[in-house]
Design a protein around this ligand. Structure first.
Ligand code: NAD
Length: 398
């Protein structure tokens, strides 16, 4: 297909296309954020598998491993290639850029664009790891998915974002109309809770680790890490205590099982890292959270504490995963990268502003404009330095 100028297309708030050059710049910026902190690679990670590697925390993890440690990486993700006249999805372009930069910097990178929940993806990953990498020092599990086809039964599970036990009323930003409105979310049924746990809980993480261990592909001392969120009390009914929170509790339980059954035999570890709230395709879909994400950066920036995915992953990989670094954990054994977000002074400021936010003052007293820009930049739009009138090649290969 001839190169063409790509303009943002949206359905409501969501972008339905992506800009390859904008995505490429986002990846370049993340790589620079790692290299500037670690001009020569750290020791401790040589072969790394990232499941959910094309956007958000998974992409940042992959970049931290490759450019921070010189690790060989295999990324698994589920993204849409371009199909003229449609562009590919942002995660597809992110990965095309990652491969371009990896070739430039002589780093090994392999990618599997497949449903990570399937047995076929695990089989193919195992082949690549055996052929090109082995053994793995680290397996990162960073999937965020609305559905899962169970590989053994074929049953399809859909996750929901609802409170559990009681309805929850709060205010939220209606993203399409930019109105600040009250919202009441009805509690999930038992079935919906179970289905959300089946999608976002720990079963698939455990299946990956079992498959890799059975094939002898985990190094002595290997580690695995999955990402979670806790957040402040204002979001607990919809997050920590909601359906997604139940799935995250299941992830905590899976970490204990994986540790006892697999990693202990290798002298390794299985951990959950509790990360801060950031703007990603997954987090913007959670009711109430966009308002929170419009207030949080204000309170953090003022204190010089704001971080995006790459700054969080830089901290995780350099402070907790490199050779000689002893991971600091909470009482439940989790790494806490949400320490700055949950500082009492940061949360007090958000709590003070929260009741005052209205449709009229949304853009004055919150950082909603930044939230919107950041969301669009996830798709490669409104990225600094990109000429959106210039034709770009949209039909890229991985
Ligand atoms: P994201 O939407 O940016 O990334 C999700 C990734 O999963 C993408 O690479 C996507 O391709 C991949 N994926 C989805 N379904 C797949 C499938 N069936 N097969 C293969 N790949 C698939 O999400 P994110 O916000 O980076 O979330 C990643 C993890 O971090 C999640 O566990 C999330 O709960 C956690 N987390 C997120 C936040 C936040 O604020 N965004 C905070 C703390 C923890």
């Amino acid at each position: 297909m001839p190169a063409q100028a790509v303009k943002r297309k949206s359905r409501g708030f969501i972008c339905i296309n992506a800009h390859p050059e904008g995505c490429r710049r986002n990846v370049a910026r993340q790589i620079a954020a790692i290299i500037s902190h670690a001009p020569s690679p750290r020791a401790g990670l040589r072969n790394v598998l990232v499941i959910g590697a094309s956007t958000g925390y998974g992409l940042a993890s992959r970049i931290a491993a490759a450019w921070g440690f010189g690790a060989r990486t295999l990324g698994v993700f589920f993204e849409r290639p371009s199909e003229a006249p449609k562009t590919a999805s942002a995660g597809f372009y992110n990965t095309a850029a990652l491969h371009e930069f990896a070739r430039r910097d002589r780093l090994f990178a392999a990618s599997l664009n497949m449903d990570a929940f399937s047995d076929a993806a695990k089989r193919q990953a195992i082949e690549i790891i055996r052929r090109e990498m082995m053994p793995l020092d680290l397996v990162v599990y960073s999937l965020a998915s609305p559905r899962r086809v169970h590989p053994k039964t074929g049953q399809v599970f859909s996750s929901v974002l609802k409170p559990v036990g009681a309805s929850f009323t709060n205010k939220t930003i209606e993203l399409d109309s930019e109105k600040v409105v009250p919202v009441t979310l009805q509690p999930a049924t038992e079935q919906e809770v179970a289905d959300t746990v089946a999608v976002m809980g720990g079963e698939d993480w455990e299946m990956w680790l079992s498959a890799l261990y059975d094939e002898g592909l985990l190094a002595d001392g290997a580690r695995t890490i999955a990402y979670s969120y806790i957040g402040p009390a204002v979001t607990w009914p919809i997050y920590r205590d909601g359906t997604i929170g139940q799935a995250k509790k299941d992830l905590d339980a899976a970490a204990l099982r994986i540790r006892a059954r697999i990693m202990a035999r290798l002298g390794g570890a299985a951990r959950v890292s509790v990360n801060k709230a950031v703007v990603t395709q997954a987090s913007a879909a959670i009711p109430v959270v966009p308002l929170y994400l419009s207030l949080l950066p204000l309170a953090l920036r003022k204190r010089g504490l704001d971080e995006g995915c790459i700054e969080q992953m830089r901290r995780l990989f350099f402070d907790h995963l490199s050779d000689g670094a002893a991971p600091k954990t909470d009482d439940a054994g989790r790494i806490r990268l949400d320490d700055r977000e949950l500082r009492p002074d940061v949360q007090a400021e958000i709590a003070e502003l929260w009741p005052r936010v209205t449709t009229e003052n949304l853009r004055q007293i919150t950082a909603f404009g930044d939230f919107q820009r950041e969301f669009r930049s996830l798709f490669g739009f409104e990225v600094e330095g990109v000429d959106y009138d210039a034709p770009v090649e949209t039909d890229l290969a991985l």
